[in-house]
Design a protein around this ligand. Structure first.
Ligand code: GUN
Ligand code: FE
Length: 443
């Protein structure tokens, strides 16, 4: 495939790259073989995007509870520990019914694709068949995904009507889930399993030990919640005498590409440990408003060398759009700056850094060849029509004015980029590709 378009992307957390009128060559398997300015020799057979349409890399949502899709936007009146028992565990228990699960998955996956989420890192429920069904649904709709059966067996941290029977059966179920996802969908390369201890309060030490061993044996990535709020942080200090990060490390769960959701209560030592383990953080800024007392110190994490991705945390976060999380990441960093009581602009995350997290940051944390439209990466991309403007007035397009003033033109691109990130809705998204395949077509 050969596509001709203008690309907006963020190779570094402080760099907006505007590549006007490029030709992108994509191999049959979805790998980008070249990105070069359109010229005399490379435009043959190219499909041109309309001039009012730009291309961005596909979005990587690093934290999604697929099984909570039906309560998206509701039930945020309780603190985390009560919310789990009152709303979330009863809903997740329903995924024992695999037909029910399938009906949810076929609603959710195409909707997330329509928001530009080309990669999603999913928690399902404790149920193996529902988990496998999500993996199959992702392959069917062409969404790149990591899919994890939730492991949880602790008699205090879970209700007796929704938990694994015991540590042994939980480890066995997670191992089988990894195996069957690999067997059923592994050859597509699009969907992989991920080992998913829910969080320390929901897991016995025996389960955490077994899942650490499973990760070591299989090389499969791990995801969990880490130091999400004061209650959870204190619980782990009390039970294990150390922070979540330290505890997860002792159980062998802090590994390269481990996804730690929230991480709002990290110490400087935690940050150093996460960085040296090559694990990463899924920053879920909107969810943190509801369940954490603190803003995640994203700048401190980046400065410590931690890869940071963005997450919606559906349904702890009530908004399915990862682009919307970019705005929340910017906004919450401003609260952090105020909290410091000084002009601590060093804590700021701007829209470019936030978009970097939503693309390159997530891809780096997961070690997936996506996040940028560049040679050697997979072609996961989102086309945005600047004149569709689902909400509000049209985007300001930089074409045509002051062609000789590069600085002013660049400035206009950066303002346009900010508008695109903050205001794009599914109605503005005309096409989405994953692995070179068009999976959303609203032309
Ligand atoms: N901690 C343990 N389970 C959950 C969950 O489902 N959502 C959030 N936000 N935090 C959790
Ligand atoms: Fe979560």
């Amino acid at each position: 495939m050969r596509l001709r378009a203008t690309i907006l992307q963020t190779p570094e957390a402080d760099t907006l790259e505007v590549l006007e009128d490029q030709v992108i060559d994509v191999e049959g398997d979805g790998t980008i073989t070249s990105v070069a300015p359109a010229g005399m020799n490379n435009t043959d057979g190219a499909i041109s995007l309309p001039p009012d349409t730009v291309l961005i890399p596909g979005l990587v949502d690093t934290h999604v509870h697929a099984s909570q899709w039906l309560q998206l936007g509701t039930g945020l009146d309780l603190p985390l520990d009560e919310w789990l028992f009152a709303y979330t565990f009863p809903l997740e228990a329903r995924y024992a019914d695999t037909d029910f699960a399938r009906r949810v998955w076929v609603d959710m996956v195409p909707r997330l694709l329509a928001h530009g989420t080309t990669t999603a890192v999913y928690y399902t429920s404790i149920h193996r068949p529902a988990t496998l069904a999500l993996a199959e649904t992702c392959v069917g709709y062409g969404q790149r995904a990591l899919v994890g059966r939730v492991a949880m067996d602790h008699p205090d941290g879970t209700p007796e009507w929704y938990r694994d029977d015991d540590a042994g059966s939980a480890i066995e179920a997670s191992a089988r889930s990894v195996e069957e996802i690999r067997q059923v969908v592994g050859n597509h390369g699009l969907v992989e399993p991920i080992i998913t201890p829910r969080f320390i309060p929901a897991c016995t030490d025996e389960l955490l030990t077994g899942l650490g061993q499973l990760a070591a044996d299989t090389g499969v990535r791990v995801q969990t919640h880490c130091s999400e709020n004061q209650w959870e942080h204190d619980y782990v200090l009390d039970r294990h005498g150390c922070t979540d990060t330290e505890s997860l490390d002792r159980f062998g769960l802090l590994r390269p590409n481990t996804v730690l959701a929230h991480a709002t209560h990290l110490t400087a030592e935690d940050r150093a440990k996460i960085a040296s383990s090559r694990a990463g953080v899924s920053h879920c800024p909107l969810s943190n408003v509801y369940f954490s007392e603190r803003v995640f110190a994203a700048r401190a994490a980046l400065d410590a060398g931690i890869p940071v991705g963005l997450g919606t945390d559906i349904a702890g976060g009530p908004e399915p759009s990862l682009l919307a999380q970019c705005g929340h990441a910017v906004g919450s960093s401003r609260l952090l700056e105020r909290e410091a009581g000084v002009q601590a602009t060093g804590r700021r995350i701007d829209i470019v850094a936030a978009f970097w997290m939503a693309t390159v940051g997530g891809a780096t944390m997961l070690d997936l060849p996506v996040g940028l439209l560049a040679e050697g990466r997979r072609f996961d991309a989102v086309a945005i029509n600047l004149n569709a403007a689902g909400v509000g007035s049209p985007f300001e397009h930089p074409d045509g004015e002051d062609p000789g003033h590069a600085d002013r033109a660049n400035n206009r691109w950066s303002r346009l980029f900010e508008q695109i990130v903050r205001r794009t809705r599914p109605a503005d998204i005309t096409s989405v590709w994953v692995d070179g395949r068009r999976v959303v077509d609203n032309r």
